[in-house]
Ligand binder design. Structure first.
Ligand code: MN
Length: 235
């Protein structure tokens, strides 16, 4: 093939304890998957179930477990917000998966940030417009290396602590046990509307107490049993 323009780069995430990498496919996200976050966004978790949106795969920034990963403050916003999330990597694809098949489709897990231009997202919501301007922009998805699933990890990740600090101040802290749709339910429901493929990522939603960062801030995001990433916001 003779490209008429240079091919755009794609994201690869390292696999912990392996020389293999995951070529990132699609990046699906779940909105309002923790009731307390749904409430802080002004929604009624009883009436409004979680739902899906997506980020372009080019939004992914591979974040390291030791050291600091930098992202640039994005253009066109004055309200740049963090959302710490458990990320699930899909190893086996398929459509209309059962809960058992959904569990079997999981390759591994990672810690991620669903960075959001909240002002643009809020405007889009008000006008009933798509969310891409608020969610799918360059460097909006820093994601850690992937830990491959083991039986032990699968059992324990569903009740792991998830949290985020900004400049050492605790901002978000919850448990994966508070997910409205469990990991397997998310995969099941997603596979009812999209045929999943190996390499797809799912950002499973953020707990309450989202907030904004400015240039110079450093976020520390973790999911128990997986590890923590430090992400610094630069000019
Ligand atoms: Mn999110």
């Amino acid at each position: 093939m003779n490209n008429i323009v240079p091919e755009q780069s794609r994201a690869y995430l390292p696999i912990v304890g392996s020389d293999k990498v995951l070529p990132v496919g699609r990046v699906y996200c779940v909105g309002r998957n923790y009731a307390a976050h749904s409430k802080e966004m002004g929604d009624d978790p009883e009436r409004d179930p979680p739902f899906f949106f997506a980020k372009d795969a080019s939004c992914v920034v591979p974040a390291i477990f030791s050291g600091v990963t930098c992202i640039a403050y994005p253009m066109a916003t004055t309200q740049f917000e963090y959302e710490v999330e458990l990320v699930v990597a899909i190893g086996k694809g398929g459509r209309e998966l059962t809960l058992e098949q959904a569990a079997d489709s999981i390759l591994g897990y990672a810690v991620g940030l669903d960075m959001t231009r909240r002002d643009l997202q809020t405007q889009a919501k008000k006008k009933g417009r798509p969310w891409e301007v608020g969610k799918s922009f360059d460097e909006s998805a820093p994601i850690s290396p992937i830990l491959l699933k083991t039986n032990w990890l699968e059992d324990n990740i569903s009740k792991a602590e998830i949290g985020l600090k900004v400049n050492d101040n605790l901002k978000q802290r919850s448990s994966v046990a508070n997910l409205t749709w469990s990991i397997e339910e998310v995969i099941c429901k997603l596979s009812e509307v999209f045929e999943l493929r190996p390499g797809d990522l799912i950002m499973t939603g953020t707990p309450e107490n989202v907030g904004s960062v400015v240039v110079g801030d450093e976020m520390l995001a973790w999911v128990e049993h997986l590890g923590e990433i430090r992400v610094s916001v630069t000019d």
